[in-house]
Design a protein around this ligand. Structure first.
Ligand code: UDP
Length: 319
């Protein structure tokens, strides 16, 4: 794939055009890797990778990883980050979401096995569903409705974890599983429907902030650079069980709306809309495993992370 003979390690990042995949690609390149990003751009964007165009350490392949993935040459790491990831996206794309979690994971694992590469699965706190245990530790098996609207994402990711562990146990592949909790930052799509871009764009446009339900449901928001740091550390370990990466600072969605109004100085009102089906009532990662195994914990406080994100949305609107 890369022409010159180089000692640099080669990483394939599926979903490399996405919010997390593009930040991960940047981090890998800054750590001295060469990156091959593979993405069909159904929810990702080439704009997220535009700054890497022309780099001799970067290649982009437009491809749907639910189909066989062919990469010639050396591959040392496969990061499987391709998937629609916002509730609105996976409601619009239920079958591609199931396919990329199931067939896409199988193909990405097959590539890693063929190349004897390290495999890292982007899994999710959605594996815990609407959790009955709080905060969520990795040994909690979750409370997922398989046939509800979120089931297409949750069950695909649970299947992906099962498949990853089977390749680890049966084929002795060096695999890792990161369970990602709500993450935000630059390069999220303004209109992806998730609460962070939704409230920021509503506040900036002086439109009402749409709180779903009574806003008492909680989430814990992690800034993207912290998340990527946790994932990079995990990739370098020999640890094979799932690891939660997220920020344990928990708040209700109503509190979150009020903070966005305060930080942006917006005069928008808060209005309520019906709570989507199976919307988890609480979510907060227990990060003791990440602290112990990776020596990792988040560093970016909520206010700083949100300010950076607001700046990004202001700039990209102006562009
Ligand atoms: N939410 C909201 N208003 C919005 C978008 C989302 O109140 O315009 C709520 C949603 O119901 C959920 C939380 O914010 O309780 C986080 O939603 P998001 O879509 O960001 O991701 P989730 O954590 O549910 O996967």
């Amino acid at each position: 794939m890369f022409e010159s003979v180089s000692r640099k390690k080669v990483a394939v990042v599926t979903g490399g055009g996405g919010f997390l995949g593009s930040h991960l690609s940047d981090r890998l390149i800054s750590e001295g890797f060469r990156v091959i990003a593979v993405d069909n751009l159904v929810t990702g964007s080439s704009g997220n990778l535009a700054h890497l165009a022309g780099s001799q350490d970067f290649k982009f392949i437009r491809h749907n990883v639910s189909e066989f993935i062919f990469i010639p040459g050396r591959v040392d790491f496969v990061f499987h980050f391709a998937s629609p990831a916002s509730p609105i996206d996976y409601l619009e794309l239920p079958i591609p979401t199931l396919k990329v979690g199931a067939l896409g994971t199988h193909n990405a694992l097959g590539l890693a096995k063929e190349k004897q590469a390290v495999f890292v699965l982007a899994s999710t706190s959605e594996c815990y569903g609407d959790p009955l245990v709080h905060p969520q530790k990795e040994d909690y098996w979750g409370n997922v409705n398989p046939i509800g609207p979120r089931g297409v994402y949750d069950e695909a990711k649970r299947f992906a974890e099962a498949m990853t562990m089977a390749y680890h146990r049966h084929h002795r592949l060096n695999t890792k599983i990161v369970r990602i909790f709500n993450t935000y930052g630059p390069r999220m799509r303004l209109k992806d429907g998730r609460v962070v871009p939704a409230f920021i764009s509503q506040a900036l446009n002086q439109e009402p902030l749409t709180v779903f339900g009574d806003g008492s449901q909680t989430r814990s928001f992690c800034y993207v650079s912290d998340l990527i740091d946790g994932i990079f550390r995990l990739a370098m370990t020999d640890y094979h069980e799932p690891v939660n990466i997220g920020n344990p600072r928990e708040m209700t969605i109503l509190e979150f709306a009020e903070k966005i109004l305060q930080i942006t100085g917006s005069k928008s009102r808060i209005v309520t809309q019906p709570l989507p089906e199976d919307d988890p009532k609480v979510r907060r990662p227990d990060i003791s495993r990440a602290q112990k195994v990776l020596g990792w914990e988040p560093k970016v406080d909520f206010e700083s992370g949100i300010r950076e994100t607001i700046l990004y949305f202001k700039d990209s609107k102006a562009a």
